[in-house]
Write a protein that binds this ligand. Sequence first.
Ligand code: BES
Ligand code: ZN
Length: 454
Amino acid sequence: MKTVLDYLKVNQPRFLEELGEFLRFPSISAQPEHRGDLLACAKWLTQHCASIGLTAKLCPTKGNPIVLARTPARSGRRPRVLIYGHYDVQPPDPLELWHSQPFEATRRGRNLFARGSADDKGQLFAHLKAVEAYLKTGTELPCDLIFVFEGEEEVGSESLTPFLRQMRKQLACDAVVVSDGDMPAKDMPALTYGLRGTVALEVTLRGPARDLHSGIFGGSVENPATALCRLLAQMHDAKGRITIPGFYDDVRPLSALERKELRRIFGSEEKYRRMLGVPKLHGEAGYSSIERTVARPTFEINGLTSGYQGPGGKTIVPAWSRAKLTLRIVPGQKPEKVLKSTIAYLKKLCPPTVRMEITDAHGSTPYLVEPTSTHAKAALRALQAGFGKKPVLTREGGSIPIVNDFKQVLGVDTLLLGIALPDANIHSPDERLDLDCFAAGQRMSAWLWQELAR
Ligand code: BES
Ligand code: ZN
């Protein structure tokens, strides 16, 4: 291991330059005009995998290509591990809030700023650099590794599910490793054993056939923006609970042990409040912030649009209003059932004065595993060795839809080993990767192949 660790140590400056190249591609999967950038980014990544000694190919899909790479074929049987990551990123908006260009990686102190630096290009890159260290120093790798990098994670991983089914023989493995999440703090590397799922939908309310003069017609028709505000305001009660009938029926409660451990890991609510910049924290009554975010379901408005948005004013009754909505769901809840009851409830609340349209409805299942397997123990040892700190077990509030398919299609659990910090600003302006976590993540990855083979 000394050879491998030394290699990682001396090559950090080059790794940062390469990561900078990777971060230059505006691989924004939500925006159709960036399809070419996703392809170019995937090609770069394939090429990079080949350059470090992996066998790599670009696999076209109906959407964005999947990059498939593996360690060179060898005889003999060793554990096979699939490492998953995504090269697509969230839109960088609002651009004016960035302190450097989102697609020009910029180093300030111990951070590298760029869209995708933490979610997820930097994290997947840590694994590539670890395997490079083995391959380039001629060190025997105790596992065979398969890398799968997709370009549609931020939009629901639609092409990856059929790809897994179609390739299930070639992708057969003993474990999946994913670094696409957080660790609670710099001195708390973590194995995550639970994620929330999602239900997403877009609701449009249509009123008059066209925008109307609000002086001539206002008062005689329902304003679709007002109707939408009223509708959405009814989704929570005074205690911050979601009002959809039966919504909490299937929610699996936190155990006393989990609550205790989360409290220990989380630190101070006041520090958390300051990090987020809110005047006061808010959420479901009876739960702490960490409990609310990792183990309780939520209903969020992600976008809200109606009427005139330009400079100055415009006296109209808008013809329509629209909300982009997501619910986070937790273990026990099923996306199909939640989607159905949400749509039924929205329809019931919709006044007869507007027409409701619901589109883009989809969902992903929450994830929860017992963190007691031999693989989990190996991961904890690798975290300890890589970070030099005692690792924690935690759950997270974000979603990685594909981990359920790994279980269903490939029959294996996923080791979630996120190396981003909670203040990495993922999905926000000034996204950043902590360079100490990046280096420790590489060491953790290098140790992981030893520990999994033990
Ligand atoms: N990396 C995140 C997921 C994540 C973040 C997991 C923090 C754990 C902690 C991922 O890229 C992501 O943003 N996923 C989407 C999935 C959605 C589009 C279905 C999410 O969680 O919003
Ligand atoms: Zn993301």
